[in-house]
Design a protein around this ligand. Structure first.
Ligand code: WTA
Length: 656
């Protein structure tokens, strides 16, 4: 559909009715909303029956705002819920993962029983290395089966995994290890990207120079080749795990036992260690996986195309799907590893039925054209999902027509690292869908859109997204910093969780998410704060001052644009500007991650500031997005913005 046609269609029809085929067999029936609304807390207690409890909880919610406890007197083991229960139910031979490597010749199929054996062996090995209940273990791994095994083995022992995306730098890794005092690290020698081996272990070695408390590093051999070795500290995975016993008797932990920490960017330079506890988190990821994706364990093959280094990988590659006992595809590579139709080949080969990915990937695949998916049989697909950023109607329609063959419902799912699980999404077979809208809070979830004073806005109006009552998978806080937790999420609108997103209710009362309203940027679905990137830039000896904004970008949603003033007396003065810019871009990639590398850096002798000395980021955003400039009268020197606009026009954009 062309853009004009789409607009006309949207004006006229506005929504797709729920699919009748889905309605007949859907896991969730229309009465579900009313049932949950009548008494959300007891509704959630009934959902907790999806888990295998060692001791059934009699408590449901204890709410001491903003600190929640769910199912607190129950005990359970997360890995038993993912694995042992299915093996005990005779499902041991069912495939848990079809793992697909980045190089096309690499693949591996792992059943539930095999996965349980590997997890038990790894739990035994970790115990031997000294990992105990409550210890934090950093996981810095590519998308290989051992990453899943490691995470499940850690929670089996009641230890806490802190997974750091393997694209993060040594600096980012060490600050995360230090913040939660991880004493163990699991990693790999390297990772494959488009068939080429890229080293991973050197980043761990560098990070650990500033982490004296790390006692042991477990290393999977993935790419082969030389690695630096620290005797006594480093252990090869195969030498440590292969000889272990495949039996391991699990212990059971209280529902509120911490199971994972996931660092995410806030509005300051320091990432926040968002932590989740066991019973509530697992209840809600299992429930949402069942209801939003409508999974049928006997017939579905599900593919969440995300990385385990992000919350989507935790909730919907590991815990939600495994608790539901489904078969999945897990893919190591990039969308174009081995060719631009790699995804479609995978879907065709494994007969994937449910695909869950991010708008940025959809837009990339869309750029590569509809001929590629047309060349493959994608008729196995029956449901499509989107997550991570607002999806534009064009991408949504392309996804529906070209991938979903106009028959698959699309669930646009809104949630965050902090929420642990999906909170806003259509339910297939029940909710109508609109291209670009996340539609409705899920059963058991209270959502509102409020104005500056915290009053609900009416239909057709926009405001701030808030969550009005506690939910089981909500984060229990920021690791080691309860005050920051209160201030960040609970102070803006007393009694309500402030998500940091803008939202709109349309004329029908349906929800549209409008993106972050704070200094958090969303680059290809990755969260980064403007301050974090500014901090990295001013850490470079040549930089005097830096201001960073997220500018809209056709492919990545937002892209980083940095305005930098250099120090006057520096050796770099003689250097070519392009060289300095490239050096700064590399510097940010090294300090944070290649995903934080600015698309554009504009060197400017001055930054626009208010008379009180604040950098006018709003104006810089206008400049970066080529908008007409707003009010500049509060600036000390209004000519500065014009100068910057001109510099912007002549700057070179990198599309790396
Ligand atoms: C954004 C990812 C619009 C939002 C699971 C949120 C979305 C941030 C959607 C959380 C969506 C996520 N529509 N925006 N369907 N899903 N977001 O913590 O701005 O990496 O605050 O969690 O992504 O990102 P995070």
């Amino acid at each position: 559909m062309t853009e004009a046609k789409l607009e006309a269609w949207l004006d006229e029809t506005r929504s797709f009715a729920p699919s009748p085929e889905f309605a007949k067999q859907a896991n969730a029936q229309p009465t579900i909303y009313a049932e949950a609304e009548a008494d959300p807390v007891s509704w959630w207690r009934r959902q907790a029956d999806r888990l295998v409890w060692h001791k059934e909880p009699t408590n449901t919610l204890e709410w001491d705002l903003p600190f929640a406890k769910w199912f607190s007197d129950g005990t359970l083991n997360a890995s038993v819920n993912c694995l042992d229960r299915h093996v005990a139910n005779g499902k041991g031979d069912k495939v848990a993962y079809h793992w697909v490597g980045d190089p096309e010749q690499d693949s591996r199929t792992i059943t539930y029983k095999e996965l349980l054996d590997l997890v038990c062996q790894t739990a035994n090995a970790l115990t031997e290395l000294g990992v105990k209940t409550g210890d934090r273990v950093a996981v810095y791994m590519p998308m290989i089966p051992e990453a899943v095994v490691t995470m499940l083995a850690i929670v089996r022992l009641g230890a806490v995994h802190s997974v750091v995306f393997a694209g993060f730098s040594a600096d980012a890794l060490s600050s995360r290890i230090l913040d939660s005092d991880c004493q163990f690290v699991v990693t790999a020698d390297g990772a494959f990207r488009r068939g080429t081996a890229a080293p991973l272990k050197p980043a761990v070695d560098e990070a650990l120079e500033s982490c004296p408390n790390v006692k042991a590093v477990l290393v999977v051999r993935r790419t082969g080749g030389e690695v630096k070795w620290v005797d006594g500290r480093d252990h090869w995975w195969h030498e440590t795990i292969d000889h272990q016993s495949t039996s391991h008797t699990p212990e059971f932990f209280p529902s509120e036992h911490t199971m994972l920490i996931m660092y995410t960017s806030g509005t300051t330079a320091k990432p926040k260690g968002i932590f989740h506890t066991t019973g509530g988190y697992l209840t809600q990821v299992a429930t949402t996986y069942n209801q939003v994706f409508d999974v049928k364990p006997d017939t579905d093959t599900c593919w969440t195309a995300a990385d385990i280094g992000w919350i989507t990988g935790h909730s919907y590659i590991i815990y939600g799907p495994l608790i539901n006992g489904v078969t999945q595809v897990m893919y190591e590579g990039l969308p174009d590893s081995g060719g631009k139709d790699r995804w479609w080949k995978i879907i065709e080969k494994y007969k994937v039925t449910i695909l869950y990915t991010a708008p940025t990937t959809i837009r990339t695949l869309m750029k590569w054209g509809s001929e590629l998916p047309k060349g493959h049989d994608l008729t196995s697909l029956r449901l499509l999902g989107s997550v991570g950023e607002p999806i534009n109607p064009e991408a949504w329609m392309w996804y529906r027509e070209n991938i979903g063959g106009n028959r698959c419902p699309i669930v646009d799912t809104w949630w965050q690292t902090e929420t642990g699980a999906i909170l806003i999404s259509p339910l297939p077979g029940i909710t109508a869908t609109k291209p670009g809208a996340a539609m409705k809070p899920l059963p058991g979830i209270g959502v509102d859109v409020v104005d500056n004073d915290g009053n609900s806005v009416g239909n057709g109006e926009g405001g701030y997204l808030v969550i009005t009552h506690p939910w089981p998978a909500m984060t229990r806080g920021i690791y080691g910093d309860p005050e920051r937790f209160k201030e960040t999420y609970w102070a803006r609108f007393p009694g309500k969780y402030f998500a940091g997103d803008g939202a709109k209710r349309d004329e029908d009362g349906d929800l549209w998410l409008l993106g972050r309203i704070d200094d958090v940027m969303n680059i290809s679905g990755h969260r980064l704060s403007t301050t974090e990137v500014e901090h990295a830039l001013v850490g470079h000896p040549a930089v005097a001052e830096a201001a960073v904004v997220g500018a809209s970008d056709d492919t990545t949603g937002q892209a980083i644009v940095a305005f930098v003033t250099l120090k006057l007396t520096t050796d770099d003065q003689g250097k070519d500007q392009a060289e300095v810019i490239e050096e700064l871009r590399q510097h940010v990639a090294k300090v944070i991650s290649p995903i934080a590398r600015p698309r554009q850096i504009i060197l400017t002798p001055e930054l626009p500031k208010t008379r009180s000395g604040k950098i006018m980021r709003r104006l810089l955003r206008d400049v970066a997005e080529n908008r007409k400039l707003g009010d500049v009268t509060t600036l000390t020197d209004p000519t500065v913005v014009n100068m910057i606009s001109e510099l912007m026009d002549t700057s070179v954009t990198s599309d790396e």
